[in-house]
Design a protein around this ligand. Sequence first.
Ligand SMILES: *Cc1c(COP(=O)(O)O)cnc(C)c1O
Length: 354
Amino acid sequence: MKKHNFSAGPCILPQEVLQQASAAVLNFNDDNLSLIEISHRSKPFVAVMDKAIALVKELLNVPEGYSVLFLQGGASMEFLMVPLNLMKVDGKAAYTNTGAWAKKAIAEAKSLGEVAVVGDSSDTNYNYIPKGYEIPSDVDYFHCTSNNTIYGTQMKKFPLSPSLMVCDMSSDIFSRKIEVSKFDIIYAGAQKNMGPAGTTLVIVKNEILGNNGREIPTMLNYNTHISKESMFNTPPVFPIYVSMLTLQWLKDLGGVEAIEKINQEKADLLYGEIDRNPLFEGTAAKEDRSNMNVCFLLTDSSKEEAFNNMWNEAGISGVKGHRSVGGYRASMYNAMAIESVQVLVDVMKKLEQN
Ligand SMILES: *Cc1c(COP(=O)(O)O)cnc(C)c1O
C-alpha cells in the first residue's frame, strides 16, 4: 500500500497524476514517443505549455496584464531574479524576515542594494508572523513569504505595500484563494504544491519590468522569458507536464475554493488533536498556524521512540521536523487526503491511550 506521505517537499502528488505522468513517459498522446523525447517546440508539447499557463490563469483568476512563466532554478533563483529585475542601481527593498527562505531571499537582495527588514520573527525562531510593521515608501519593492514551510507559520493577511508587492508562495500556492491583482510578482517552486522539482512558476505584472536601469543577464531577465513564452531555451518539459496534470486535477476537484475548504478541514482535524492531546503541543503561534505545514512537539520526550514506531507502522512517512526546529512536521499539501490525516490523528490518540 502507498504510504501516507507528509513530506514537506518534494511533496505528495495525486496518484492519478503519477499514473498519467508515467504513462506519458512511455507513450505520449498515443504517438509512440515519450513526452521527454519529443521536441519542446512540437505541437503536442506547445499544447502542454499553453494548457499549463491557461490553468494557472483560470485557477488563480490572473488578471490581464500579467505573464505566467515556467522557469528553472527553483524559488532560490527567484531570490536573485526579483532584485535584479526590480531593484534600482543604488536601490532599496523592504523584506520580512520570517524564516530560513526569507533569510536567503534577503541575502540575495543585499548583494544588489540596501535591504530594510520590516518584520522580523527571528527572535523566537520564527514561530510567528510579524504584524503592524510599516513599509517605507521609498523602497523599490516589498517582499514577503506567504507560508514558512520550516516553521509552520502562514500569513493570513497581506499588508498593503506602498511600492511593488512581491511574494514567495512556494509552499501554499493553489492551497487558498489569493487576489493576484494585489501582487506584482508571485513565485513558487513547483515541488511543494504543484508538481515535481525542476520548474518555478512566476506570475509577473508586465508593466513593472524594464524600469530599474540595470543590465540584466539574458537568462535572468523576466522579459526574455515573457517574450519567448517560457521557451527561450529548452523548458523542463516533464515538471511542466506533471504540473499541468496536477492543475487539471485541481480544476476537476472544484478549483482553489474547493481545495481551500478541504485544507481547512485537514488543518482543523490535526490542530484539534494537537490542542486536545496532552502529549502534544504546537510550536507556531495559534493565529499564524499554517494549513500546509503543521509543526508540533511531544510534551514528554520519553514517548519519542514509541511514537516514532507507531507512525512508522501505520505507514506514515515524512513527519520528522526540520533539523532547525526539531520535533515533528506534518505537511498536508493539496493532494493529501483527509483520511491520511486521520491515520496520523489516530496514532496520536493511541499513544495517549497506551
Ligand atoms: C522550498 C522553498 C523554497 C526553495 O525552493 P527551491 O525550489 O528549492 O529553490 C523557497 N521558499 C519557500 C517558502 C520554500 O518552501
